[in-house]
Design a protein around this ligand. Structure first.
Ligand SMILES: *Cc1c(COP(=O)(O)O)cnc(C)c1O
Length: 231
């Protein structure tokens, strides 16, 4: 049984409270951190709940699942791809998602740019960086991020909003915190080098949103704490 809307509202309130505490500790304005609802594995109602609450967007980590779910709802909400994207699905992703956060290779940049051109749209993207140097995670090597950004900025049909990362799984919160600090430092350096704002720092999930906000996250991606455990 999927959770009720009332339960969803209660959970969202609890997450907002955690976000507010983290913002207060960091001396940040809570309006500067967006809550992205991660609806993967959950029914279309998950996106409808998020829309009713007034959230801007939901996140899905698989192209096919996101496309199918989106077709089953009229929820007025944006859909963002946050999971690994294979280049043979680039066109489908460009067509059905409002932003792709998981762009981590030159090949993907090229294919998304071409697909967006054919679709006559500008596709907003984030570059996913493996800022925790975790062998288990996707994302560009931080040392390659400059080159990848250069290629993405050259894509006439792409708009680069910022960077995204996933922290390594660790019982030690300082591991996530260091990963997020790395991403922010990298962003600051790239923004200065290329003269672009790269405003968005998509970092933080249910277990590490406080560390992410402390290090400058502008968007936390929350699944479990909003909708419960995935099967
Ligand atoms: C599943 C997922 C999340 C949400 O994780 P929770 O721990 O359930 O909050 C965030 N980001 C990405 C990339 C994910 O795949």
């Amino acid at each position: 049984m999927f959770i009720t809307f009332e339960e969803f509202v209660r959970r969202a309130g609890a997450i907002r409270a955690r976000m507010d505490v983290a913002c207060a500790l960091a001396g940040r304005d809570p309006l500067g951190v967006e809550l992205l609802a991660v609806t993967k594995t959950h029914p279309p109602a998950a996106a409808e709940y998020a829309a009713r609450l007034g959230l801007r967007a939901v996140g899905e980590n698989r192209v096919q699942e996101g496309v199918e779910k989106r077709a089953l709802t009229t929820a007025a909400i944006a859909w963002e791809l946050i999971g690994h994207l294979q280049s043979n699905k680039a066109r489908l992703a460009a067509q059905h998602f409002d932003r792709v956060q998981s762009v981590d290779s030159a090949k993907l940049v090229q294919q998304l740019d071409r697909a967006a051109a054919e679709l006559g749209k500008t596709l907003p993207i984030l570059l996913q960086v493996n800022a925790g140097n975790d062998p288990a995670k996707y994302g560009a090597d931080p040392a390659e991020a400059g080159r990848l950004l250069e290629q993405a900025l050259a894509g006439k049909n792409l708009r680069v909003d910022g960077l995204m990362t996933i922290a390594p799984l660790s019982p030690d919160p300082s591991v996530a915190r260091r990963t997020f600090a790395n991403l922010r430092d990298l962003r600051d350096r790239l923004a200065a080098d290329f003269g672009v704002p790269l405003r968005e720092l998509s970092m933080g999930m249910s277990g590490d949103l406080a560390e992410a906000i402390a290090e400058g996250s502008t968007l936390v991606r929350i699944g479990t704490a909003l909708y419960g455990a995935r099967e």
